[in-house]
Design a protein. Structure first.
Length: 402
């Protein structure tokens, strides 16, 4: 059976996400399974998700997914390369996924795969080092370095956010049996504030929610997501956001020494010194980021550094995730799970308490996730309404799906 893998955050799940789920089923056939790997309560841009992972995973299943697995927080708060590597590692470890389906501005996986091969070639690193000497941002330097190794029209993919992530997926897929499938993205661009043909990006929807335009925002979401948002808001669990615990974040940063910040700067470029000085004096996160930023460092990278410092999060282990954590499933998803228990390269975790029987590394990663989730509770309107990670099992929707 063909099984599509989809990597997402669903923060929130909108019409474009539903379109991708529908296209995955159309391309692979009505009997195909769909396994999503989804960020938990933290998201890659360096923030907490608007809604908790259980609510988002259940909305994904109600919108077309069959099984949702969690991407552990060390990989969520990594670079695009680390994020892709962790998520692809989970999909590969299922032993079930045959295709990775993702949204793309270009709609063609072939040029993205060519870029991935060039980026992994021996010829690329010296070209990148030369370009970085100009002092531009890493993304700009990387795109220029790629020119000459691939056709100009292929290198242009690194100037488009979804295609850039698609290149990282293709890098992570090298040497494996999963086929990349690029689906043309519909509607507004990634991280764009505009709307097009009734579609809007997740960032545009979040902006509407911040402006108090809740009904407008929820009309742009998948129906299951809109329902989940209203339910979670009424329960005091949404919307979550780092702005709800800004003082706690700043207090944590002021406890850190310069060496602690150095551990968050894998490039050893001295950025940590700027962070240390700003953290000890900044009165807001906005002030901190404004003080630290330069044209060389993307703001998303800086936000992730702040978030990793707040969570006390070590780098993602190079060997990858240590288990497959189930967040939600339907009937077809439980069938997939039954097969995975025989073929998966990693243990499948459905009951949190069962992690105590897994490897030391799996226990360590779960403890990190639990700590992050407890801090996420502080970012919710009513922290007492957030269930404890150790007592939260997957959402099983038996009557839905295959």
């Amino acid at each position: 059976m063909a099984v599509a893998g989809i990597i997402a955050e669903y923060n929130p799940l909108h019409r474009g996400h539903v379109h991708l789920l529908e296209e995955a089923r159309r391309l692979l056939g009505p009997e195909a399974g769909i396994i999503c790997v989804m960020s938990g309560n933290c998201v890659q841009r360096g923030d907490f998700a608007l809604l908790g992972k259980s609510a988002r995973a259940a909305a994904a299943v109600r919108s077309g997914a069959d099984l949702v697995l969690e991407l552990p927080v060390p990989w969520v708060l990594s670079s695009a390369e680390g994020f892709a590597a962790g998520a692809v590692g989970i999909l590969r470890a299922t032993g079930a996924v045959t295709h990775l389906v993702f949204g793309s501005e270009g709609g063609d996986a072939a040029p993205l795969a060519r870029c991935a091969e060039a980026l992994c070639s021996d010829a690329f690193p010296p070209r990148l080092r030369e370009e970085l000497k100009r002092g531009d941002s890493f993304p700009a330097a990387r795109q220029r370095a790629l020119r000459g190794l691939v056709p100009e029209e292929d290198a242009a993919a690194l100037g488009r956010p979804n295609d850039t992530l698609g290149v990282e997926y293709c890098k992570a897929l090298r040497g494996g049996g999963i086929q990349p499938v690029a689906v043309p993205r519909r509607g507004a661009g990634h991280d764009g504030e505009a709307m097009e043909d009734g579609f809007a990006s997740a960032s545009a929807i979040r902006a509407l929610l911040r402006q108090g335009e809740e009904e407008t925002a929820l009309r742009l979401c998948a129906p299951a997501m809109a329902e989940a948002y209203r339910t979670e808001r009424e329960a005091g669990r949404a919307p979550a956001g780092i702005w709800n615990c800004e003082r706690a974040v700043l207090a944590r940063l002021r406890f850190l020494e310069e060496g602690d910040f150095a551990a968050l700067d894998p490039g050893n470029e001295g950025l940590y010194r700027r962070f240390a000085r700003a953290a000890w004096s900044a009165g807001s996160l906005a002030e901190l980021l404004e003080t630290v930023k330069t044209k060389r460092y993307p703001l998303a990278r800086l936000r992730r550094m702040v978030f990793r410092a707040y969570l006390g999060l070590p780098p993602a282990p190079p060997e990858g995730p240590a288990c497959l954590r189930v967040l939600a499933a339907n009937g077809r998803g439980t069938t997939l799970l039954a097969g995975m228990r025989k073929t998966a390269a990693l243990p499948v975790l459905t009951k949190p308490a069962a992690v105590r029987r897994l490897s030391e590394e799996a226990r360590r990663l779960f403890a990190l996730e639990a700590r992050a989730d407890r801090l996420c509770a502080l970012a919710c309107p009513d922290p007492s309404a957030v269930p404890d990670e150790w007592r939260t099992g997957p959402v099983i929707l038996e009557g839905e799906g295959g």
